[in-house]
Ligand binder design. Structure first.
Ligand code: NAD
Length: 266
């Protein structure tokens, strides 16, 4: 399969390019960057620190979708709608891990999923895919007397908060309780907050250093706590999963898929 990488000079983009180069069964179709990127014109492989690919970083995402069997996107929330449009126009599968999407961005992916296979995961890791299922189940088993709090810590460069994974974990917990996350989410606490409202799902955000990703889901009752924690020490796991997802899209019907579908977790 020919795999394109939008945002190929980003932290994740470079890792994805390196992973495509190292994976049997796929070739690099090309890579794009923003129109003002200093990497435009440079070799996609060299930018990623691997063997030159003989392909220059370009600004034209539409052309890349036309030339690819699947495209991987770790870019910015503001451009995901455009990428979804290219995927729909060409029927090219899109694997996106970009987080912080607006309602419009999410809507664009859902519309594109009528025409192309779209895999969307706020966290591509296998461990987090399993954690989402366990969180939903524990929330259902433990019930309302356990307060649910979700903590995320990431490196100092992360631009959105709470993390997409923290929100996905909150959503899983809300589903387990049969409630809508928007109705119970406490995303920020500051000053005179008053006592905790029963049934809320709270979020806390830490940012600093080079922490790749840490998430905890805490179920706190009188006298005991259950804490589930997932830590990532290398971003390469996301790149590996994204390439696995891109290969999985071969011959898949249009639709919006998750990593649980890719990993066949049911
Ligand atoms: P980054 O800022 O290092 O990289 C983003 C890249 O996208 C940059 O190189 C930027 O120039 C490029 N870009 C922006 N607009 C573009 C456009 N219009 N066309 C082409 N390229 C464009 O960020 P990052 O750390 O690589 O993370 C990117 C996204 O992926 C974030 O939303 C982050 O939260 C998410 N992420 C998700 C997972 C996951 O498992 N789902 C893992 C890590 C990061």
């Amino acid at each position: 399969m020919k795999i394109g990488v939008v945002g190929c000079a980003g932290r994740m983009g470079r890792m994805v390019v390196a992973e495509v180069a190292a994976t049997a069964g796929c070739d690099l179709a090309g890579g794009t960057e923003q129109p003002d990127s200093p990497f435009l014109g440079q070799d996609v492989g060299a930018v990623a620190g691997v063997e030159p690919a003989g392909l220059a970083v370009g600004p034209d995402a539409d052309a890349l979708f036309a030339a690819s069997d699947a495209v991987i996107d770790f870019t910015h929330a503001s451009v995901v709608s455009d990428h979804a449009g290219h995927a729909a126009r060409h029927g090219t599968p899109l694997v996106t891990g970009t987080t912080g999407l607006s309602g419009e961005g999410q809507g664009a992916l859902e519309t594109a999923a009528l025409k192309a296979a779209i895999v969307q995961a706020a966290n591509m890791s296998v461990g987090v895919s399993v954690l989402l299922g366990i969180t939903e189940r524990l929330a259902a088993i433990l019930g309302d007397e356990y307060d649910i709090e979700i903590l995320d810590m990431h490196h100092r460069y992360k631009v959105d908060a709470p993390s997409g994974t923290a929100l996905a974990l909150g959503d899983a917990a809300a589903r387990g309780r049969g409630v809508d996350l928007d109705a119970v989410a406490q995303r920020v606490r500051d000053g005179e907050t008053g006592a905790r409202r029963a049934g809320d799902i709270g979020f806390a955000t830490l940012r600093g250093g080079d922490v790749v990703s840490e998430h905890s889901v805490i179920f706190a009752a009188d006298g005991e706590r259950v804490k589930l924690t997932h830590k990532v020490s290398s971003r390469s796991i996301y790149a590996r999963s994204a390439v696995r997802a891109a290969l999985w899209t071969k011959d898949k019907s249009p639709g919006l898929y998750t990593m649980a579908d890719v990993l066949d977790l049911g």
